[in-house]
Design a protein around this ligand. Structure first.
Ligand code: C2E
Ligand code: MG
Ligand code: MG
Length: 277
């Protein structure tokens, strides 16, 4: 029934064994997610973000990992949607936020230059009745600068022009927290939201970076995104940079920052501090 509905209703869909298995897996994972939180089976890994002009590393993105006692590493792509459906995303998000605060303090203690960590936020997190005032209180309590934190959101969140979303974004901004648009270019291409919201970074999606080559359409698109962003006073981060050729092309078109396997995979906090601290 759900498959028929999701494919546009008014149709017949045959039930398959694969669908039963997928549904069972979902139910099992959602039960297990609850205990994962209690037993802290989560960890944040960090991927450095490199300033292309200088090679400096003062930024990183936090990416959540779930170490399942039986199945090993479960990808966020597999469990974040379930966490969203069950509402567990709010608790997971709070946990991740506090981890990031701790990491910023540790990393900053080793660095002279101000460091910044980006945390991903799902649109569902913005719909929580409780809001995020407690995050701002925690920042104050730790006497931390909001500017050390970036929140990564996706274009879809800004399209609806939702009051609750707007108020929360405003409160984050007033606390000095910066905002990045993740996976830029893959969403709705309704650029008008760039006028309405103060955004700090555009993150060019990996799908544009993957096949970058001289005179390619993807290079033209990346260059257009960089020019547009700079005209609007935004900085650009390219995602999924895997080769030196991609790095050089991005640098040549004036892209500000890059992250990807070329520089480092996302790695555990301790390893990150040893390598980049
Ligand atoms: P994202 O924020 O767009 O993160 C980028 C993804 O690309 C990450 O996958 C990262 O490991 C991967 N990646 C980085 N460099 C490369 C590269 O050079 N090549 C390739 N092929 N991949 C690269 P990951 O860690 O599996 O995360 C997937 C998505 O899960 C993230 O996409 C983000 O939307 C979501 N996510 C991760 N952590 C959190 C979190 O703490 N909270 C929320 N709400 N969502 C999260
Ligand atoms: Mg991200
Ligand atoms: Mg992305």
């Amino acid at each position: 029934m759900y498959k028929a509905k999701s494919e546009g209703r008014r149709r017949v869909t045959f039930f398959t064994r694969g669908m039963q298995e997928a549904a069972d897996l979902r139910t099992r994972l959602s039960n297990e997610l609850r205990s994962a939180l209690q037993e802290t089976q989560f960890a944040l890994h960090y991927q450095p973000i490199i300033e292309l002009a200088t090679g400096n590393i003062f930024k990183a993105e936090a990416l959540i990992r779930w170490f399942h006692p039986k199945h090993g590493l479960v990808s966020p792509a597999a469990f974040i949607p379930i966490a969203e459906d069950t509402g567990l995303i709010h608790e997971i998000g709070d946990w991740a936020f506090h981890e990031v605060l701790r990491m910023i303090q540790c990393w900053q203690a080793r660095h002279k230059h101000p460091v910044q960590i980006a945390l991903n936020m799902s649109p569902v997190q913005f719909r929580h009745v409780v809001g995020h005032r407690h995050w701002l209180d925690a920042l104050k309590q730790h006497a931390m600068e909001g500017g050390q934190l970036v929140l990564e959101i996706t274009e879809g969140l800004l399209i609806d022009n939702d009051q609750q979303v707007q108020q929360q974004l405003l409160a984050f901004r007033e606390a000095g927290i910066q905002i990045a648009i993740d996976d830029f270019g893959t969403g709705y291409s309704a650029l008008s939201y760039l006028k309405r919201f103060n955004i700090d970074y555009l993150k060019i999606d990996r799908s544009f970076v993957m096949n970058l080559a001289e005179e390619s359409t993807d290079l033209a698109l990346c260059e257009a995104m960089v020019v547009m962003a700079h005209k609007l006073g935004l900085k650009v981060i390219a995602e999924g940079v895997e080769t030196d050729q991609q790095r050089l092309l991005l640098k040549a078109i004036g892209c500000d920052f890059a992250q990807g396997y070329l520089f480092s995979r996302p790695i555990p906090a301790d390893e990150f501090k040893d390598k980049f601290g």
